[in-house]
Design a protein around this ligand. Structure first.
Ligand SMILES: NC(=O)c1ccc[n+]([C@@H]2O[C@H](COP(=O)([O-])OP(=O)(O)OC[C@H]3O[C@@H](n4cnc5c(N)ncnc54)[C@H](OP(=O)(O)O)[C@@H]3O)[C@@H](O)[C@H]2O)c1
Length: 313
């Protein structure tokens, strides 16, 4: 079933092919976040035709889900919600993964409560725990679907090789990091959509770097995850690489009278068929840019020029 295609009103001029990323709404380790601004952007997104809002039970430890539920309010029926399970916290605050069928069901009930809704449109396995057979998790998801508690399910952060071929046809989405600065999962994305699902890349702006507002001197405070070397686009080497990419991206953006962020978003849609880019949004301005970028039809020569810059990298 092409759940997202029909839900997004494929071909409808009012449905925008972009997902509103709500990790920032959780307010945790994303530097300065104005929750009022994000709430405003959510209301505007519904008006603009952004159909899908992506959150997770671990974003701000449930806070992102609660805030999203409240922000959508009575607009919930015209929005679709994606949330995820499988990232848990131990007593010391450390993270562990759990994609067991038991946890899948417990976590879902808690998400429904926080979001203030009776159903989840898209329920994703956030990370595979490396132990639970994914067939078993999918069987649990099918049970939840038959009860009407979820409408579709997807998989995230799990390498192609770890996924049994039996489950691909049931997955509505596959989500991995993908951008002009990270093409690691491009082949997997193409193979996944060939099964009929959608690719939902995150990090398409390389956590903001591809918007062009950062430079080689950029350093984040300890309240921002981008200060952690695991966010490799913001290490000194990552920034040098990013700035080389920005030269080409800026030049192409100037030629098209668009912004670098818009081109970075449009590029992912040009590269992968059935691609729904996720963009983490902190303000109305960022929302507008993402919405416009999602419908920008990148000319072939610009796509090739950007691809060349990636290959030269
Ligand atoms: N499945 C998963 O495991 C997974 C993993 C990560 C994220 N996600 C989802 O994907 C979403 C997006 O991923 P991400 O947040 O990591 O990366 P991203 O979308 O590449 O970057 C988001 C950041 O870029 C900046 N930004 C956004 N639009 C901008 C614009 N137009 N101009 C300038 N700066 C802009 C904002 O931060 P500043 O303004 O502070 O720079 C924003 O927080 C998340 O919100 C979450 O819902 C899913």
């Amino acid at each position: 079933m092409d759940f997202l295609g029909s839900l997004l009103g494929e071909g409808s001029p009012t449905a925008l092919p972009v997902v509103f990323g709500c990790e920032q709404l959780g307010g945790y380790e994303w530097g300065e976040v104005d929750i009022g601004e994000i709430r405003l952007a959510i209301a505007e997104a519904v008006e603009l035709g952004v159909r899908l809002f992506d959150t997770a039970d671990c974003y701000g430890r449930g806070v992102s889900e609660s805030r999203l539920g409240r922000a959508l309010g009575s607009g919930r029926d015209s929005a679709t919600i994606s949330t995820k399970f499988g990232v848990r916290f131990n007593a010391r605050g450390g993270v562990f993964y759990d994609s067991s069928p038991e946890w899948c069901e417990v976590a879902l009930l808690a998400s429904l409560e926080r979001l203030g809704t009776d159903w989840i449109d898209l329920y994703q396995i956030h990370y595979w725990d490396g132990v639970t057979p994914l067939d078993d998790t999918v069987a649990a998801l099918e049970r939840l679907r038959s009860k009407g508690l979820i409408r579709a399910y997807g998989l995230s952060n799990t390498a192609w090789e770890s996924v049994p071929s039996s489950i691909w046809a049931g997955l509505s989405t596959y989500s991995m990091e993908y951008s002009l600065l990270n093409r690691e999962h491009e082949d997997s994305a193409r193979r996944a959509v060939a099964f009929g699902g959608w690719f939902m890349p995150y990090g398409v702006l390389a956590q903001g770097l591809l918007s062009g507002k950062y430079d080689i001197e950029t350093r984040f405070g300890s309240d921002d995850r981008r200060s952690d070397p695991r966010y490799r686009h913001f290490t000194p080497a990552g920034l040098r690489r990013g700035m080389r990419m920005m030269e080409t991206l800026r030049a192409c953006a100037r030629d098209l009278n668009a912004s670098p962020a818009q081109l970075a978003i449009a590029w992912t849609r040009k590269m992968i068929p059935r691609c729904l880019p996720l963009v983490g949004i902190k303000s109305s301005r960022q929302l507008t840019e993402a919405a416009e970028g999602s419908v920008l039809d990148l000319p072939e020569d610009v796509t090739m020029r950007l691809l060349g810059a990636v290959l030269d990298d």
